[in-house]
Design a protein around this ligand. Sequence first.
Ligand SMILES: O=C(O)CCC(=O)C(=O)O
Ligand SMILES: [Fe+2]
Length: 299
Amino acid sequence: MTRVTFCLLNMLREDSHLPGEAENSTTIFIVYVHTLYVSNQGDIQHFSSVVSSWRCRSFCNKAKQMWAKLTSRISDEAIAALLERTQDLLESNGKEAINWGKDFFTVDETNPENIDLLKQVHCKIWPQISVNFSDPVIDHAALLIKSPGGAPTRLHQDSAYWRGRESTPSIFSVWIALEDMSKEKGGLMLLQQNEVEMSCMSAFNSGSTYEHEQVQDVAVSGGFPLLIVEPIASQLEKTMVLIELKKGESVAFDSYEPHMAATNTTNTPRLAMKVAYADGAATNRTHRYMMQTSILENY
Ligand SMILES: O=C(O)CCC(=O)C(=O)O
Ligand SMILES: [Fe+2]
């Protein structure tokens, strides 16, 4: 009797089509050990065993809308400094900072505001960002404070707001929790199936925009006048999940990622901010909130 042993690697692919257009695939690798016993008469008896199998998710090649959670954290000190400076503004401008939060970070050379704080935040998040921009800029940064009882942010894609702004879409947002987030606080909600690794960010902004409609009363839509139309919105909302973010944690999402937030049902303001990055080389126009990251880093 002769024994012959050999290994085979098998590769299977599992595709999933989920609501919200994201298509993810999982590759399953299986290692088999095959042993053949060949008798002196030439009969073959076969024995096989699975040694190991592992699954490898290859998200980014097919997902059309994407978000990724950063592992870096903004420090408590930086957040405390930021919140201290928002106090006066909150009192004088009203608590719904979604309407004025962009002016908090004014990069205007003659009258810059809070750029030291923006630099601290940027220097924490930017090293994690893996995009291939030839001229990285901050397109805008904003406080996103939702007052107690503040209206929900209704479902939209930012691409609907940024139409015509760029030759190739590049703008993406980093949404930062300035306190622990919960659904009651009105934390950010995204489509779970669109989560990718940070290393997939170079594939950001390869999706498409759902039809949006203009709403007249922005007060009821959380300050955002362009919303995904029905019945698409209701369909997507079924799979929206709260992104669990602790104070200082953040999530990057591309301009095609549908997002929303619930009403803040607590009795304290929801404390969050965002930094929207872009490739300056793709932009069709500049504006007073825009700043090259290299200038900010040397500020
Ligand atoms: O923070 C929110 O409630 C929504 C923010 C948002 O939609 C955005 O910054 O694009
Ligand atoms: Fe948005």
